[in-house]
Design a binder for this molecule. Structure first.
Ligand SMILES: CC(C)[C@H](C(=O)O)[C@@H](O)C(=O)O
Ligand code: SF4
Length: 469
C-alpha cells in the first residue's frame, strides 16, 4: 500500500461513501454539543420527526453562556435571559432526545474542548465533531477532529455521519527546544504570523518534529486548538507515549484488556515515514521569543520585543485596513508593544486553561501582586475538574493572594456571550485565541499571548517580556 499520512489513515478508516458531487460521508465516532450551536439542530430533528441515529457517541455540556461566578445558584442564577434560555434549552433538548448531558452543576462541567480529553471522551483514532470551530483541539490525540455548523450538527445527530470534503495534507515541523519563557502558545501564534490566517485553508495540518514530540498533551492541545486561526479545519499530532500516558485511566477510556488492544491499534496512528505531504513548513523554534498580537486578526502578531508595523504593503486597501485596525486598537504605527498599559487580564479559554497553564502562572505570581492599574484579572479554569485540582494544589490561594479573581469553568471572557467582558476601549492581555473586533465585548481591545505573558502583564500593568521579570 502507498505510504499514508495520519490524516489519510483517519480519513480512510472512517469513509462511508464518496458522493457524486465530490463530497464524502465520514462516520463520526464522537459528537460533542454545547448550548450555542445545538438548538436549531434539535428543532430540525423534531420537525422531521427524527431521532438520533445513536445515543452513545453524543455528549453535551454548556460552556459559552455560563456565568463563572455564584455557580451554587445553578441555571436559575444566570442573570442574562438569553444565556439562561440557551442553557435551559440544551437541558430540555438533551432530556427529550436522550443525549447524555454534563449539567452546569456537574463537577465535570467545563469548556467542551477541555472536558472531552479530560474525561477520555476524546480517544486516539476517532473522528470527532462539534458545532464549534475549535474542535481541532482534539486532534492532539491523533484524531480527525473538525468544527461544524448547526445544520451539520443536525445531520450528525440524525445519521452519525458528516458530509465533508477531503483536505490536502500539510505538515508543520517544529524543530529545536523552546527557550526560557517561550511556550506552545508562542509557537502557534508565530506559525500563524508566518503562514497567515488563510495559510492552512484547504489543508489538514499535522504538527510534527522534535519540539512537538517533547511537548506535553496540554501544550499539544494549545497548538492544535488554533489550527482554525491558521485557516485549517483540522490539526493533528501523531500518537505516542505522551498520548498514551494522558489517556490511560480516563473515565471513558477503554479499561484493562480492551485498553491493551486499543493501545496496539493506536500505535498505527502516525504518518508513514515516506508519506508525501502537499505542503511542508519547517519552523526552528530555538530563537523564538514570546509572542503578542497587536491587531484584530491572530496573524497580526510579533515578538514582545517588536513594534506595530509602520505601514502596510503598498496598495491603498491594505493601508486603509491597517489604519482601521490601529484606530480600533488605539495604537500608532511603529509603536513598541512592550510597556503598553493594559486594563484587564484574562487567563482562560480552551486554548490555555489547563493545569499546566495554571501551574505555570502560579509559579510566576506566587508572593507577588497584580498591579494596581489593572481593573480586573481573571483566572478561569477550563473545567470543574481543573478547578478542583488547582484548589487541591493550593493554586487558588496563590492567585487570590496576588489579586486575581478565581472563577468557575466556562468560556468566560474569551467571547462576549456571558457576564465576563470588556468595556469599550478597554485593553486586555488574554490567553484566548481570537482578537476580532468586539470579540471580548464591544469596543474591547485584545492582545493574545501565553499564560506566562498574561501573568507578567497582570503583575506590571503593561505588556511585558516575561523573560525580564
Ligand atoms: C460560539 C461558537 C460557535 C464559536 C466557534 O465556533 O468557535 C466559539 O466557540 C468561538 O470560539 O468563536
Ligand atoms: S473558550 Fe473561546 S474559543 Fe474555546 S470554545 Fe469557548 S468561546 Fe470558543
Amino acid at each position: 500500500m502507498a505510504p499514508q499520512t495520519l490524516y489519510d489513515k483517519l480519513w480512510g478508516r472512517h469513509l462511508v461513501a464518496e458522493l457524486p458531487d465530490g463530497s464524502s460521508l465520514l462516520y463520526v465516532d464522537r459528537h460533542l454539543l454545547h448550548e450555542v450551536t445545538s438548538p436549531q439542530a434539535f428543532s430540525g430533528l423534531r420537525a422531521a420527526e427524527r431521532k438520533p441515529w445513536r445515543i452513545g457517541p453524543n455528549v453535551a455540556v454548556p460552556d459559552h453562556a455560563v456565568p463563572t461566578r455564584r455557580r451554587e445558584l445553578g441555571v436559575a442564577g444566570i442573570a442574562d435571559r438569553v444565556a439562561r434560555v440557551q442553557v435551559e434549552t440544551l437541558t430540555s433538548n438533551c432530556r427529550e432526545f436522550g443525549i447524555p448531558l454534563i449539567e452546569l452543576e456537574d463537577a465535570r462541567q467545563g469548556i467542551v474542548h477541555v472536558v472531552g480529553p479530560e474525561q477520555g471522551l476524546t480517544l486516539p483514532g476517532m473522528t470527532i465533531v462539534c458545532g464549534d470551530s475549535h474542535t481541532a483541539t482534539h486532534g492532539a490525540f491523533a484524531t480527525l477532529a473538525m468544527g461544524v455548523g448547526t445544520s451539520e450538527v443536525e445531520h450528525v445527530l440524525a445519521s452519525q455521519t458528516l458530509r465533508t470534503h477531503r483536505q490536502k495534507n500539510m505538515r508543520v515541523v517544529f524543530d529545536g527546544a523552546m527557550g526560557f519563557g517561550v511556550t506552545s502558545k508562542d509557537l502557534i501564534l508565530a506559525l500563524i504570523g508566518r503562514i497567515g490566517t488563510a495559510g492552512g485553508t484547504g489543508y489538514a495540518i499535522e504538527y510534527a518534529g522534535e519540539t512537538i514530540r517533547n511537548m506535553s498533551m496540554e501544550g499539544r492541545m494549545t497548538v492544535c486548538n488554533m489550527s482554525i486561526e491558521a485557516g485549517a479545519r483540522a490539526g493533528m499530532i501523531a500518537y505516542d507515549a505522551v498520548t498514551e500516558a494522558y489517556v490511560r485511566g480516563r473515565p471513558y477510556a477503554p479499561q484493562d484488556t480492551e485498553y491493551v488492544d486499543a493501545c496496539r491499534y493506536w500505535q498505527s496512528l502516525r504518518s508513514d515515514d515516506d508519506a508525501v505531504f502537499d505542503r511542508e513548513e519547517h519552523f526552528p523554534v530555538s530563537a523564538l521569543v514570546p509572542q503578542v498580537t497587536w491587531g484584530t486578526s491572530p496573524e497580526m502578531v510579533v515578538g514582545i520585543d517588536g513594534c506595530v508595523p509602520e505601514s502596510a504593503r503598498s496598495d491603498e486597501a491594505a493601508r486603509r485596513s491597517l489604519k482601521r485596525t490601529l484606530d480600533y486598537m488605539g495604537l500608532e504605527p511603529g509603536q513598541a508593544l512592550k510597556g503598553l498599559p493594559v486594563d484587564k487580564v484574562f487567563i482562560g479559554s480552551c486554548t490555555n486553561a489547563r493545569m499546566e497553564d495554571l501551574r505555570a502562572v502560579a509559579n510566576l505570581v506566587k508572593g507577588q501582586k497584580v498591579s494596581r492599574s489593572i481593573s480586573q484579572a481573571l483566572i478561569v479554569p477550563g473545567s470543574g475538574q481543573i478547578r478542583l485540582q488547582a484548589e487541591r494544589e493550593g493554586l487558588d490561594a496563590i492567585f487570590q493572594k496576588a489579586g486575581f479573581e478565581w472563577r468557575s469553568a466556562g468560556c468566560s471572557m474569551c467571547l462576549g456571550m456571558n457576564d465576563d467582558r470588556l468595556q469599550p476601549g478597554e485593553r486586555c492581555a488574554s490567553t484566548s485565541n481570537r482578537n476580532f473586533e468586539g470579540r471580548q465585548g464591544k469596543g474591547g481591545r485584545t492582545h493574545l499571548m501565553s499564560p506566562l505573558m498574561a501573568a507578567a502583564a497582570a503583575l506590571t500593568g503593561k505588556l511585558t517580556d516575561v523573560r525580564e521579570l
